[in-house]
Design a protein around this ligand. Structure first.
Ligand code: FES
Ligand SMILES: [Fe+2]
Length: 452
């Protein structure tokens, strides 16, 4: 708006002067009074500054792309219903009940570390739970169930960090230890009911990201989340965030679904599958992908699996294939929520940190953080990762609209997919929450709530 307004002023001043001269109403030396010239010059300066800042952002600022649920991954054919209704209907129809549990056990990213400073309390919502994330006065990250057991205030809404490592409820001032979740102080009571506590979640921070350990039975983490290592030799190039409507297992399973790579991901450009498959450009230039997925080789780390992708981007003219670019991806899946994707191109190296975290059943937050060799201009890295993002968005159209079935029909060439499903079983346990046929969340291990 502002740019448009300033451009209008500038054009108006220039054309008015010229017009008056051309009409013979003023001689060649005519200029508007000083005040008008000053406004005009200021307008020109502001326009130039705004254009430069836009240009700076494009060339030097890291990628920052956040897609909401309605932004990508849905087809909207029936325009008699709104986009929002269409999405709601697609969600509702998908919850059929014959799916694996909805929250696997493991480490899940809940925030970037820089998002929460010393002494700050933040409200987060994952695994269908309202949580209070805070950083104590020593800089350690803590996470507690947000609802205070006293009168159920949300401690992340107005609560504060006190006594170095405690969360104080904003309602009546009860204090809970960040280390144990136990109630440590009731400011107006002579005797503190020490049996009272809130659930404490295990946290860790790796590669600049904050993770929580989710396990349906609680308990301590079963493995340590490793660093991606190469991150220290690369520079940050940006991040993307997508909200997805799918069963969580659909997302990691994509790695072992080798046969979709040369079909869904064949086009080079465009996330809109309906529009781009037939485009001339995508019939001239396309991906040709070879890939393999492997279950864990180290018995001490059964929660890890690997995948390798070799991608030849070709130009095809009169059925002659001319290789354009060769890319290699080495992928390390660590549990159900974290993936390190090491990228090698003929010109630079890269790293994509992929994280998926359940917000609630069938709603996942998928984030990617991108890194690249230090000498690569950010605009080049952004262009490269934007192209990768369009491929992810092609997957999102599939995930948002498909459902999940325990025993799909697979052919012999898809044995990796069957192996992946067996490998992934380790992240569920007897008490993992499930979705029933009515679309309700069921916690098998928990007693039913008593009637009011
Ligand atoms: S509700 Fe938290 S102290 Fe009362
Ligand atoms: Fe895919």
């Amino acid at each position: 708006m502002l740019i448009e307004y300033l451009i209008r002023i500038t054009v108006m001043v220039i054309t008015s002067e010229r017009l008056l001269i051309l009409m013979g109403l003023c001689d060649e030396s005519f200029h508007f009074p000083v005040m008008i010239r000053v406004v005009f010059n200021a307008a020109v300066a502001i326009v130039i500054a705004l254009v430069m800042s836009k240009l700076y952002k494009v060339l030097f600022a890291p990628l920052d792309l956040r897609r909401k649920l309605e932004d990508v991954g849905y087809v909207h054919h029936d325009h008699s219903v709104s986009r929002e209704e269409n999405i709601r209907d697609t969600q509702r129809r998908k919850k059929l009940g014959n799916t694996p549990p909805v929250f696997p056990n493991g480490w899940f990213k809940v925030a970037d570390s820089t998002w929460i400073k010393k002494g700050q309390v933040k409200s987060i919502y994952f695994f269908g739970e309202q949580l209070a994330l805070f950083r104590n006065k020593r800089g350690l990250l803590r996470a507690l169930d947000a609802y205070c057991p006293h009168l159920l205030a949300n401690m992340a809404a107005g609560g504060k960090v006190v006594n170095s490592d405690c969360l104080e409820c904003p309602f009546h001032g009860w204090k809970f230890s960040g280390e144990t979740g136990k109630l440590v102080d009731v400011p107006y009571a002579q005797k503190v009911p020490t049996f009272v506590s809130v659930k404490k979640w295990s946290c860790c921070e790796v590669d600049g990201m904050a993770y929580l350990w989710y396990h349906c039975d609680g308990g301590e983490p079963k493995w340590v989340l490793p660093s991606s290592v190469t991150i220290n030799t690369l520079k940050y190039a940006g991040k993307t965030e997508h909200i997805i409507n799918s069963h969580i297992q659909d997302i990691p399973e994509n790695a072992a679904d080798i046969s979709h790579l040369d079909h869904l991901h064949k086009p080079v450009i465009g996330s809109d599958v309906e529009k781009t498959n037939e485009s001339l450009l995508n019939n001239l230039i396309f991906h040709s992908i070879q890939a393999s997925w492997k279950p864990p080789t180290d018995p001490n780390e059964p929660h890890r699996s690997t995948m390798s992708i070799k991608d030849n981007i070709h130009l095809s003219i009169f059925n002659i294939k001319i290789p354009l670019l060769y890319l290699e991806f080495e992928i390390d899946q660590i549990g159900p929520g974290a993936v390190h994707i090491h990228v090698r191109t003929p010109f630079f190296r890269g790293l994509m940190l992929q994280n998926v975290t359940p917000i609630e059943p069938f709603v996942q937050k998928l984030t990617h953080s991108f890194y690249v060799s230090p000498w690569v201009p950010v605009c080049i890295a952004k262009a490269f990762y934007l192209l990768e993002t369009t491929q992810i968005e092609r997957d999102i159209l599939m995930w948002n609209n498909k459902t999940y079935f325990r025993q799909p029909v697979l052919v012999k060439e898809e044995s990796a997919l069957a192996k992946h499903r067996r490998w992934y079983q380790q992240f569920y346990s007897e008490n993992s929450p499930r979705m029933n046929h009515r679309g309700d969340l069921v916690y098998p291990g928990k007693p039913k709530l008593a009637d009011w």
